[in-house]
Design a protein around this ligand. Structure first.
Ligand SMILES: Nc1ncnc2c1ncn2[C@@H]1O[C@H](COP(=O)(O)OP(=O)(O)OP(=O)(O)O)[C@@H](O)[C@H]1O
Ligand SMILES: [Mg+2]
Length: 249
């Protein structure tokens, strides 16, 4: 029997002029799991994220979150329902402290500023971001490491107290040790009961932490299954994994 879906997209299509970015796509994300969404550049992964989180309207198809239809709802409304996303390019707001950068994620969700501040502080501690930078002074993008910039995006999402986070590429630009550290953080987020959809090219991360993987190619789902099944899927190997990955990692 199928487990409970927290997010479900059915027959989702999105075109950009003559280009079909999403082609009649059905995707189901199980509650409480880490689902990986992978595929070559231009496969439609970020477009899928944009459509399900309200940043783009689909041409056709529907999206449900926690059993409620959210097709065409605004990003802020969808975030209030408990579904948030991070961005492939994280842009810190310069001139604000690191803490304020995280606080901004949560401020729309509570009227209690002291509580939002405390929660932002706890999130930064949980993510193991340099606490000496926290609130002493303004921070600038150049002062943050690649790891801190990525984690800041995650911190902002966590500040909204979500039931599900869609993470659009967190491991790119990190060294293998940092990739493992971020993977461990994602496992801990899952342990908190938060569902994760992880869009990722770094196979070391996605194969080790995903419970289930969906593979896109040219806007279509070409495979889905456990990491082991996906690593051995001939179609996936042909269009995506090629020589860069094998089942033994
Ligand atoms: N706003 C847009 N206008 C026109 N074309 C777009 C737009 N956004 C995406 N596309 C095109 O849609 C296709 C899917 O892009 P998308 O960004 O969803 O891919 P992706 O799977 O996230 O790729 P990557 O792994 O490189 O991030 C690509 O061909 C892209 O050029
Ligand atoms: Mg993308």
């Amino acid at each position: 029997m199928l487990n409970e879906a927290i997010l479900e997209a059915r027959k989702l299509s999105k075109r950009f002029g003559g280009l079909i970015a999403l082609d009649n796509l059905d995707i189901r994300v199980e509650k409480g799991k880490i689902t990986g969404l992978i595929g070559p550049n231009g496969a439609g992964k970020t477009t899928f994220v944009n459509v399900v989180t309200g940043f783009l309207t689909p041409d056709s198809g529907k999206v449900w979150f926690k059993g409620k239809e959210i097709t065409g709802a605004s990003p802020s409304k969808i975030a209030k329902y408990g579904l948030v996303r991070t961005f492939q390019e994280v842009r810190p707001l310069e001139g604000l402290t690191l803490l304020e950068n995280v606080l901004i994620g949560g401020i729309a969700f509570t009227k209690d500023l002291a509580k939002a501040r405390q929660s932002a502080f706890e999130i930064l501690k949980f993510l193991n971001i340099r606490t000496d930078l926290l609130c002493a002074r303004d921070i600038y993008l150049e002062e943050l490491t690649a790891r801190e910039v990525k984690l800041l995006g995650l911190a902002r999402a966590l500040a909204t107290n979500p039931s599900m986070i869609i993470i659009d590429e967190i491991a790119a630009g990190l060294n293998p040790k940092e990739v493992d550290e971020v993977s461990e953080i994602l496992r801990k987020i899952k342990e908190k009961g938060i569902t994760i959809l992880l869009i990722e090219h770094v196979m070391r991360a996605v194969m080790s932490i995903s419970d289930y993987i969906v593979v896109l190619h040219q806007g279509k789902k070409i495979a889905e299954g456990t990491p082991r099944e996906i690593a051995q899927d001939e179609k996936v190997i042909e269009v995506y994994l090629g020589g860069e990955f094998n089942a033994r990692g």
